[in-house]
Each structure stands twice: as structure tokens, then as C-alpha cells.
Ligand binder design. Structure first.
Ligand SMILES: [Zn+2]
Ligand SMILES: [Zn+2]
Length: 261
């Protein structure tokens, strides 16, 4: 069984819990640690998971809403942390490093085995040194995690083929972004090819990877100022052929419910 629960999504801090069960073996991976560890602990406790129950952390890239509290997490848990070499170099440039005993280098296309979970990192176009996103599998079902990318490259579309569930970025509405109070350079960055997916970009990507066994799509990483949940839901539901309200949206503070892949 493979299931996931987002614990917080958006520029204020991201974290997603993925859990695979194989007989008596349960494996839990945290993807990104942009939440303070005390807050992470509190949100995990709400679903009866202790920080100590996590088997590892995968950091997608060095932006603070993803890596901000990873170092503290590593210190508190002593568990392994995967990141790309580029992300590791970004940490080094920021004057910190994880101990060699905990650091694991992840590479595009090289699978990682973690208990009952298999992880398949893939490169995405985003303005970080070497951003990776992740496909997770229990050997039967698979979940695609995809936020923080400016456009859907052919590589991304390929990596997500056949997923049964997706946590998919729907960052902004282009009209809201163009009218926002953000400075011009920031609006350009967000809308650019190395920024973030708009609702329509997300819908187009979903159209490219949609198949009959894709049963769950959760909208994620919504901009609080340049998007509204109803707009993201409208865009994705059109592709899925469901009601807008049937598309779950990961909330900055509440995250999402548990979803099965
Ligand atoms: Zn982000
Ligand atoms: Zn980012």
C-alpha cells in the first residue's frame, strides 16, 4: 500500500509524508523540510506519526521553502537525507553541510531503495542548481511529486507516465500574477520557463500524463497572493472530468488529507 499526506504547501514551507507498507514493514519518507521542526512534529503528531518514525528525507532543491529546516531535521533525527550534488553544493555555498554519515547524493534516473519504497528522482526545469522531483513506488502503485518547475519538459512528462496519483503544482493564475503587487522581476521569474507552473500549465501537463488508472490528483504549491484554490480546481477538473470541488488542494497550514496512490 502506498499513501501520502501533504503537511504544508506553498512559499511558506513545504513538506510531504509518503508511506509504503509491505507486510509488517512500514517505510516513511519526508519530502522537503520547509517547516520548522517543532511545527513539523506537531503536524505529524496530528496523524499519529512521530518524527522518529521517519526513515529519511528527500530534499528537492535549495530554496528555503523546501530546505529551510532540513539541517535541523537531520540533527534531530540522525536519519539519511537525499539531495542532488547541485543542492549539496548550494548548501556548501551557504556555509553548511550534512555529515557524510547522513548525506546521500541523489541523481536523475538513478533509483533509490528505502525499505518498502522505491524512489525515482528526475530533473526539472527550475531556477535552482540541480532541482530534482520524485516518483515514489511500492513496487505496485506509484505517486508523482511535482512542484517547482517552470514548464513541463519532455523529460518530466516521461518521468510521470503511468502514475496512479500526483501531487501537482498549480502555482498561479497568470492574470492575478500580472496584476499583483510583486516587483516586475519577480513576476517575470515566476511566469518564466524556470519558475512555476500556472494553473493552465498544470492542466496541460495533466492532460499529457493522464490515463485511466490515475485516480488521485492533489493541487499543490498554490501562490497565496496570485492564485485561488477555486481557479486551480477549475483548471484541473476540466482535464479530469470531475467536479472542481473533487480536486483536493494542499493548504499552506493544513496540508492535505491522506490519499492513496
Ligand atoms: Zn517552492
Ligand atoms: Zn523552488
Amino acid at each position: 500500500m502506498l499513501r501520502f499526506k501533504n503537511l504544508g504547501s506553498g512559499s511558506a514551507g513545504n513538506a510531504t509524508l509518503v508511506e509504503a507498507q509491505d507486510g509488517l514493514q512500514v517505510t516513511r519518507l519526508l519530502i522537503d523540510c520547509g517547516l520548522r521542526v517543532t511545527e513539523l512534529r506537531r503536524r505529524l503528531q496530528a496523524v499519529d506519526v512521530a518524527l522518529e518514525d521517519l526513515d529519511g528525507l528527500f530534499v528537492t532543491h535549495e530554496h528555503s521553502d523546501h530546505i529551510g529546516h532540513a539541517r535541523r531535521w537531520a540533527q534531530e533525527t540522525g536519519r539519511p537525507v537525499w539531495m542532488s550534488e547541485g543542492t549539496r553544493l548550494a548548501c556548501e555555498a551557504d556555509n553548511w553541510n550534512l555529515p557524510d554519515t547522513q548525506l546521500r547524493v541523489a541523481r536523475d534516473g538513478v533509483p533509490i531503495a528505502l525499505g518498502a519504497l522505491q524512489l525515482h528522482p528526475f530533473t526539472v526545469p527550475h531556477d535552482a542548481r540541480e532541482p530534482l522531483q520524485l516518483r515514489c513506488s511500492d513496487g505496485d502503485r506509484s505517486l508523482g511529486i511535482l512542484t517547482d518547475l517552470g514548464h513541463a519538459s519532455a523529460h518530466v512528462v516521461q518521468a510521470l507516465q503511468g502514475c496512479h496519483a500526483l501531487l501537482l503544482e498549480a502555482n498561479h493564475d497568470p492574470v492575478m500574477l500580472s496584476r499583483s503587487s510583486y516587483p516586475a522581476f519577480l513576476r517575470k521569474r515566476i511566469a518564466g520557463p524556470l519558475g512555476h507552473l500556472s494553473n493552465d500549465d498544470a492542466a496541460a501537463l495533466l492532460q499529457a500524463v493522464r490515463h485511466p488508472a490515475l485516480s488521485c490528483v492533489v493541487a499543490a504549491h498554490l501562490s497565496e497572493r496570485n492564485n485561488a484554490p477555486s481557479l486551480a480546481q477549475a483548471a484541473l477538473s476540466t482535464v479530469l472530468g470531475c467536479l472542481p470541488d473533487d480536486v483536493p488542494v494542499a493548504d499552506p497550514d493544513q496540508g492535505s488529507a491522506w490519499h492513496l496512490a
